[in-house]
Design a protein around this ligand. Sequence first.
Ligand SMILES: [Zn+2]
Length: 589
Amino acid sequence: MLAGRRDVVDADQRIADEILGILFTGTGHELIGLGKPEHRLAWAQEHREWLWPDLRLDFSEHAYLLPIYQDEHPEIVASKASQMGLSEWAITDAFWAGDARGANVLYLLPGTGDVQDFSTARIGLAIEASEYIAGIISPDYADDSYRTQARDRQTLKRIRNRFLYIRHGSVKADGRAPHLKVAQIDMVIYDEYDEMDRRAPAIAAKRLGHSHLKWQRWISTPTLPDFGIDAELKASDFRQWHVRCASCGDDQPLLPFVNLIKQVDGAGRPTKWFHSRGHPEWPFVGCRKCGKPLNRTGEGRWIPTNIGPDRHGYQVSRLLSPRVDLSELIRAGQSYDEEAHRQWVNQDLGMPHQVGTGGYSATLLRGVQQPYAWPANSWRCAMGVDVGSVLHVVVRRFRKDGAGRQMRRAVHVATVDRFEDLDPLMRRFDVRQCVVDALPETREALRFAKRFDGKVKLAWYSAGSGAKRDEAAREKPTEEYMLDLDRTRTLDALWSFYRSGDIENSQMLGADNELHDHLQAMSRVVETDRNGNPVARWVSARADHYAHADNYANVALDRLGPPAEGDTAVLIAGDGKGNGRDREESAWR
Ligand SMILES: [Zn+2]
């Protein structure tokens, strides 16, 4: 088991091997200060029976974990949903490798903050929960191997006479990573692999140097197809957990989009799933063949789907967890928010999520045009205003369709010349929330906001994750009127409303109209940032004013929220020929 993967053997290594030879014939391990050479599973059951002070290692409801604890292959990949017990497994692996296999271990996490949290919370509690581990661990070592700032402080644990290095995987712009210059190691654990600087794993792997073990573990929730953990999984034997249907005997892998969710809408949100007859609120995990419920937490087997690679890979789906609330899981997937949806696919389902590139196709836009006429006025509306040489205005309201779905109906699409022209629109459409471009006419916009105090917000786009708006553009007195919008995230949400069929635009717009033309001007592209991570952005080929007005209108609509029951304005359908106007009646008026 310890043979193999040895390319170069130098003198030190031969001595180490001789010592390990003594160790594994069962004489002398105490001599060199190592624990008994137990297998990982036995070691875990004996020494980490309590994972945390209040959490016991228990395979009765986690059958899928047992074979992973037994697996001592040099290279193991685990692509997982959140909270599947794999992080605890990785910590066990690190302690076991140090104690029973004499391995120096590098435990790599994405960021500096992760290192501190992991070291104090995870490692600290693991030591607290096991007298045995507490007995073989020496307290923190001063790590003088290089100079660090206080915030970069690293953690080093001594397991008998081996070391567990806990390091963050960030790399400087010039490609240096001094904190990864640790002594020779025998095993690297890449935890939350997808969040790491893409250059870190290669730097860390070099430290495996002449180790005769050269063990590597990749662990992460997946993010994108063919990226990070998903790429590593595909380069492994790709094991999926198979269960047998008690009704029809079909042996099958448990997959979220086969055994739970049967259909999704254009935005990837679940629309059909296995559920008890007449009770969509009671979902179950069903057989792909006969549709009967499967015992998802019972007996099963990991079966490789990729024959060839000498590397073990596990795809650990959320469906294997005994704790998951399936109706909660479905509900979470129905979010309108593109970012929440991505999190759901990655964290809740444990699947990679395609970062969509694309935009508004002519077919998509034709599909949202409905036969209704523009009303002369309306109630409880939301307005979005893009400010340029003219003001582009989109007004929308919630309207419940026959199936009880809240549609986002456009009731007014037009341009006006001046901010004063917005005032009558505010009254005509009973606008409760308005979002208006803060730039370039900040003063005008602010005056308008003050005329309709509490109903109007000035929007600034921020560039996305972490980016703050330019401090120079910030005027303190306007704070209460300001609204920070994540540009990509809100434009993603708008796109998702269009794709999921929640948007209604009147046929009166005509086949060629500016609103749809401006939407079509935009496309979603995915670029690579300097760390090699994919980042989505909306770019425009030409004028896109109405697209932003519509974006603001939908943000305003979300701020307003759908009307509460009993507060519903009932829309009586127009004549459908694009003539006349809708008559609206209100229960609350
Ligand atoms: Zn079946």
